[in-house]
Design a protein. Structure first.
Length: 367
């Protein structure tokens, strides 16, 4: 066994046991025989093995006794062996039905209802004789909602690299440069720091073009005395960052600067309120009320933020409808914005770790 694999097993071992205990507990609660997990990132979360199977079947079966069986294409068998996963592996050829290679009868099976297709559901009924289905989605979301120490370390590094992206982009700004040129420059230069993939399509928008919250960078040229909005993140060791900065190029108009100041106040006061036990919707209300009281409520059309981890958008959402409470170990974004057509679009976003006694901002580029 390779030393790297031994290290990974040691690191993941205790956490993996806890995850499996939560799954088996839910199986007992729902009186189910097994759970069937098919989202690649969720499979990675439980096994340490990450793959994009394309159209092929990749699935993790967790029985009510905690036993794990991974179904994967035969061509991935060696990769699985070199991963931290220690359960049974069922490999199958493209000409085979992988489910036929593991005879099993299941009465009730918990599945990822948000991911399982009708086609695959029918295959499970045919192969395992499943009589009843239930959902395992929420249990997995709640597990992923609270990050381990190693996950937090990794996300912090992803955030440091996002800060570096902003630094690279700001240094490249000059009159006449296009939004797309700045995007290309950031994504090319950050590779020197070990980044191979961005969390999502990098957004760089100039002036009033940023009034579209999810605008597409194009040939718009940078003019003197306007704001530049950067919204970006990187993937580091499979974990994401996601941050936004709106920076001055010259001296923007008084109205644009007023909008910036309001958004900054909303973000800072919302972040200041985050700690374990605080109701999530109350933090959204803090930011939203500041923006509404300033007369820009109709120009803040989205939730305040969202969870962050293996995906750039994940459970939980930071919104006016979420009555759950913050708990230590959560990582969320806080990203208020004001978007006034023909004037300016301003958004400021930070990645926030909920700590035992408050919070920590993982992104730090100046505001």
């Amino acid at each position: 066994m390779k030393w790297h694999k031994i290290e990974m097993i040691i690191i993941l071992g205790g956490r993996t046991k806890m995850k499996l205990e939560q799954i088996t507990k839910e199986l007992q609660t729902q009186q189910a025989d097994a759970a069937w997990i098919t989202t690649p990132l969720n499979i990675f979360y439980f096994t340490g093995y990450l793959s994009d199977p394309h159209e092929r079947l990749l699935a993790l079966l967790i029985k009510d006794n905690g036993e794990q069986i991974l179904f994967c294409p035969q061509l991935e068998m060696e990769d699985v062996k070199n991963s931290p996963f220690e359960g049974e592996v069922i490999g199958y050829l493209d000409t085979e039905n992988g489910l036929d290679k593991y005879p099993l009868k299941i009465n009730k099976l918990l599945v990822e209802a948000e991911h399982l297709t009708l086609h695959r559901q029918r295959a499970l009924i045919d192969a395992f004789g499943v009589q009843q289905f239930g959902d395992i989605d929420q249990t997995i979301k709640e597990l992923r909602n609270v990050k381990s120490e190693n996950e937090i370390i990794t996300i912090k590094k992803a955030c440091e690299l996002a800060d570096k992206c902003i630094e690279i982009g700001v240094a490249f700004l000059k009159e006449g440069v296009t939004e797309r040129q700045v995007v290309n420059h950031i994504e090319n230069e950050i590779k020197a720091y070990g980044v191979n993939e961005m969390s999502f399509d990098t957004m760089v928008l100039f002036g009033d073009h940023a009034a579209s919250p999810h605008g597409t960078p194009g040939d718009r040229q940078l003019q003197k005395d306007e704001f530049v909005l950067f919204d970006l993140g990187v993937i580091y060791d499979n974990y994401c960052s996601d941050m936004t900065r709106t920076v001055r190029f010259g001296t923007p108009s008084d109205e644009a600067q007023e909008i910036y100041n309001i958004v900054l106040k909303a973000e800072q006061e919302a972040i200041a309120a985050i700690k374990p036990g605080v109701t999530i919707k109350d933090v959204d209300d803090i930011a939203r009320n500041i923006i509404s009281d300033a007369g820009y409520g109709e120009y803040f059309p989205h939730r305040l933020g969202h969870g962050l981890g293996l995906e750039e958008h994940e459970y939980q959402d930071v919104s006016s409808s979420n009555t759950n409470q913050f708990v230590a170990g959560m990582v969320v974004t806080v990203e208020p914005g004001i978007y006034v057509p023909g004037v300016a679009g301003v958004r400021i976003e930070d990645d926030i770790l909920v700590t035992e006694d408050g919070h920590e901002s993982l992104t730090g580029y100046e505001k």
